[in-house]
Design a protein around this ligand. Sequence first.
Ligand code: FRU
Length: 507
Amino acid sequence: MKPFFLWLVLLFAIETFAQDDERHRPQLHFSPPTAWMNDPNGMVFVNGEYHLFYQYYPNDTVWGPMHWGHAVSRDLVHWENLPIALAPDKLGYIFSGSAVVDAKNTAGFKSGKNAPLVAMFTYHDPEGEKAGRRDFQYQGIAYSNDNGRSWTKYDKNPVIANTENIKDFRDTKVFWNEKLKSWSVVFAVGDHVRFYNSLDLKDWKMTGEFGKPDGTHAGVWECPDLFALKINGQTKWVLLVSINPGGPNGGSATQYFIGDFDGKTFKNDNSPETVLWLDHGRDNYAGVTWSNAPKNRRIFIGWMSNWDYAQKVPTEKWRSAMTLPRELGLKQTETGIRLIQNPVKETELLRSGEVLSVRDQIVEKELSLGAGKSSLVELDLEIDLSKTDAENFGVELGNTKGETYKIGYEPKTQKFYSDRTNSGKMDFSDVFGNKKHVAQHLSRSKTLKIRLFFDTASVEMFAGGGATALTDIFFPSEDFTRFKIYSNGGKTTFTKAKAWNLKSIRR
Ligand code: FRU
């Protein structure tokens, strides 16, 4: 072969290889440049930046000795990945935790002009675990005086030792407690959460515990978060608790409680048997909210995977992504006060062009949205259920290989469903494509609103004004670029259907 030809062949091979390497790479969501990622950690807003730390193992695409990876964003949409923030040391791996701005320098870590950031995380001692001990998790802190770019671990760690020999003792979410004018932290302790209090982030005393009889206990409790939200001028407290396994559609998922916080402990408004789910899809776990977000916004991000198969999903260079950042609120529903979530307004920055905008469209079989170039689409649908007699309706994604993903609604049962049983690569796990996922709709109103965000390997659905969320990932062997709206067994009346192509955040 002529050298020029050889060169061309080589270029082609490199390009193909690089593409394969990056197959399924999310284009709208944060994913680590390489290697393994799980929970979001240490989210804090300061000096115009949203910090996102994350459980990270830089040396492999499966879980390993945990570090805190680090990324920042100014708009919650575009992310810049930064060097690793925290690495394991002789006290153990760095498990999940949170970070705050210590504006009053209560811990005394301040060295420059800026208020220091203080991170509180769980140490996990693998040696202790191997030796069959029960006290291998305890809490530590670290601080940064340069906007989170470098961190120093406190030399007297741990700040909360595991003196009671409790096996699962982790995932600290620290927050300013206005009632006690001091810091509080909530973390998971076996089958419940505990609250501790401190004036200086170093010396902690337990103030209460919650949850032994409450919610579901089908799995271990992890990654709690506690925050206040307003509804009709009233303050209510929301407690998030992730559990693994035991999710509504299998594997890991996040439940929440609504109630009050007297500064020392949480009181549930609902009966202990009530189980509320933050998300009904398979792929939203360990999510927590940003500390110090401007304008009192309560912004959430979750890990978009499931411990059932996270370490086996078919990506080459990296594993996992985060959900879109979501703004949380409360809503009075027919069954009580419920958490609502919607993608942050900043996601509108992603819209590149409207590809569909119709009003009062009756769909009898299907309405094709065409075969676009891209699989990045936002859809905004409004359905008049009083003028709909279909058995089910929804959105179907497809590709030239005949693979499909469906997400829709069944008016008779008032259930949303998603179906990835034919969505492409599934053989990496027995429980990935084995069944449809369902979610109960909370409202009986005749108007149903559904917002959907499709990325190359995921969908996020927000229905009923954000009262029902469903997040799923999928791995088609070729991108889904064919979109259609379908109506089976009757007609569906769309009072509104709008679609936008979205811009990749990676270009
Ligand atoms: C949740 C979790 C946490 C723990 C971390 C370890 O996914 O198990 O409880 O801190 O992951 O990576």
